[in-house]
Design a binder for this molecule. Structure first.
Ligand SMILES: [Zn+2]
Length: 214
């Protein structure tokens, strides 16, 4: 039974579900937080699903850690997230890793799950691509989320400043143009990704040391 508050006419005791977006550059601890959040909610008896998209262009450790640590559901382009969740018995929350690579339509579906089905959604991902241009899904999350959090950056640029932006390095130099999503950081690939501060992302200086230009 719910009571109505005289002031707001909103049933008291009802808690709206939330859509939260946690963003940061690759290697900033997004996967760790996603796993920790899943663990914490699970311990409280809440039932959740962990989703990811195995797109290694942003940060391979994020996806591989999630994939190793937990049974995660692969978010194919054709996957309807509302259908996925409503087909289950009871789902209280979703952990959405690599949400920047979901389709914009899938972000809308996440908002539907929050508003129409009372599912809490915790989305994690990159905000921007190698050009420092926002991913469409990340932009939609910024527009729709109840709360947006920039994650504490543990990753530093070679100069020691906080790393904010992902650079795509092709054959040793920083790329400014190209496809938004390109898989890198594999043995066979000439493409790799490096986190830089804003200053050095804009100037394109890659520094010396282990990540220096080959
Ligand atoms: Zn720097």
């Amino acid at each position: 039974m719910t009571e109505l508050s005289a002031l707001s006419a909103v049933p008291s005791g009802a808690r709206d579900a939330v859509l939260k977006f946690y963003f940061g550059p690759m290697d900033c601890g997004k996967s760790t937080l996603a796993l920790q959040m899943n663990y914490n909610h699970g311990r409280q008896g809440r039932r959740g699903l962990v989703l990811t998209k195995h797109d290694r262009s942003g940060g391979p450790k994020v996806t591989s850690r999630i994939g190793l640590g937990l049974q995660a559901i692969e978010v194919e382009d054709s996957l309807d997230l509302v259908r996925l969740v409503t087909a289950k018995d009871r789902i209280d929350y979703l952990i959405c890793d690599e949400a920047c690579f979901y389709s914009v339509e899938q972000i809308e579906q996440l908002a539907d799950l929050v508003d129409d089905h009372g599912v809490d959604v915790y989305a994690f991902g990159l905000a921007s691509d190698f050009r420092s241009v926002m991913f469409p899904a990340a932009q939609r999350l910024f527009e729709l989320a109840d709360e947006v959090c920039r994650l504490q950056v543990e990753v530093l640029c070679w100069c020691g400043r906080p790393g904010q932006l992902n650079a795509r390095i092709v054959g040793g130099s920083m790329a400014r143009t190209g496809e938004q999503v390109v898989i890198g950081d594999t043995d066979a690939s000439r493409v790799r990704y490096q986190v830089l501060c804003r200053r050095h992302h804009r100037s394109g200086r890659l520094g010396e040391g282990p990540h220096a230009s080959l």
